[in-house]
Design a protein around this ligand. Sequence first.
Ligand code: TXA
Ligand code: MG
Length: 321
Amino acid sequence: MRTVVLENANEAVRALKAGELVALPTETVYGLAGLGLEPEVLAKIFAAKDRPTFDPLILHIARPGQISQLASEVPHDARRLVDNFWPGPLTLVLPKKPHVPDLATAGLGTVAVRCPRHPLMRQVIEKVGSPLAAPSANLFGRLSPTSAEHVVEQLEGRIPYVLDGGPCEVGVESTIVGFLPDGVYLLRPGGLPTELIERMIGPLKRPTSSGTASEGGQSAPGQLPQHYAPVTPIVVIDGWHQLLPGDGVLTLKDVPEGHGGAVIQLSAKGNLKEAASRFFEALHELDRAGVLRIAAVRFPEQGLGLALNDRLLRAAATHKK
Ligand code: TXA
Ligand code: MG
């Protein structure tokens, strides 16, 4: 099967309605979309990505009000997040309605819901007329795609279509907040800065390595320590003394002097938003540059820097195995 690059949203709508998979642009990363309430379609998504079925999917809706089609309960603080940050790079995990398939939620009592901001994505969901499941359109554990070309690189031959919407604006996956029986958790730092959420609803709990206390103590599904890896080994460094000759360097702002290897500076002004929008593209580029090692300078632990450090540390952990 060749993967066809579509320019027209209506062709994507037609394929999705027929139960086929289409990779779609969102403001965060490209998602591999399919009908979210059809178990056979969900099974195709897991197969195309080589993704284990214990890792639940996010269901995407066109309008914030559609949340009640999927969630059985929307707590007051969740409602405030919806009112302030949707559509946008925020996913909420809430108690699920019974009709949401187990395959979407990995058998959990909760469902992850997101209302994306990307106009093409919203238009497609609206026209399909049903929520779309869409994990990032990469192979399981590999770099997330922020362009249609990235999708084709990894999924060529595995999916029939990708809708080209140009590069993703935010560049890092959505922030996931879980409203669980024992509290409100930051399940994944992401494209909506954590500080903005905490300013509105107070401090979020962080899952421990053994997971959240709810769901029978089961670890937060999908939050595997290894994830988002380039093929090239990656290390996170805190200063130039840790650099080896020939390393490919990923840096926010400061550039090493006289370094022989490839260097990618994400933002000359040190702007984290600009850095996030270029982050995965830069890792793809260093991966292609044929360096032996990628040395990534740790980002400041604030705003989008939290999400970027999270992705770097997961990528580094993959190669420590
Ligand atoms: O920005 C994004 O969120 C992108 C775009 C395409 O929307 N999607 C995305 O999906 O990043 P994915 O599948 O790569 O990551 C979804 C993660 C899962 O790995 C899991 O950790 C979490 O969402 N998740 C989903 N359902 C959950 C649930 N019921 N409880 C806890 N975590 C859940
Ligand atoms: Mg992913």
